[in-house]
Write a protein that binds this ligand. Structure first.
Ligand SMILES: O=C(CO)COP(=O)(O)O
Length: 138
């Protein structure tokens, strides 16, 4: 599976702790991240991860483009709901595209935990079949 990992500054340590806890699962997948998040995951957890631009410089839009191209299976985005972001429209656009393309997206650790445990148990395997699943057509 192709997984995007993103965190706003106040949530980065939270994401690093989460990725460390589930490193055995994450290392089995192809990982993508916005710039600073990706650098810290690589340096502090040691995972291989493809880094895009930093969020405020277009990274969220690059992740969104991958969603639109059906080139991502899961987005884990630890959003900071208490701090205004200069690129808030990009954040909103990314979450909107996840809904347009029915990409599982977790915006906090509680949801991420459920999804990653589900990933381990094969609950996201429908992603491989989605073209044949009526639920995902409108
Ligand atoms: O701002 C972000 C997401 O909106 C994250 O960007 P960085 O990973 O570059 O800090």
């Amino acid at each position: 599976m192709k997984i995007a990992l993103i965190a706003h500054d106040q949530k980065k340590q939270n994401l690093l702790n989460f990725v460390t806890a589930y490193e055995p699962i994450f290392k089995q997948h192809e990982l993508f991240a916005t710039g600073t998040t990706g650098r810290r995951i690589h340096e502090e957890v040691g995972l291989d991860i493809k880094r895009l631009q930093s969020g405020p410089l277009g990274g969220d839009q690059q992740i969104g483009a991958k969603v639109a191209e059906d080139d991502l299976d899961l987005v884990i985005f630890f959003r900071d709901p208490l701090t205004a972001q200069p690129h808030e429209p990009d954040v909103t656009a990314l979450l909107r595209l996840c809904d347009v393309y029915k990409i599982p997206v977790a915006t906090n650790v509680a949801t991420a935990e459920i999804i990653v445990r589900g990933l381990e148990n094969g609950w996201l395997d429908w992603r491989k079949l989605k073209e044949s699943v009526g639920l995902y057509h409108e």
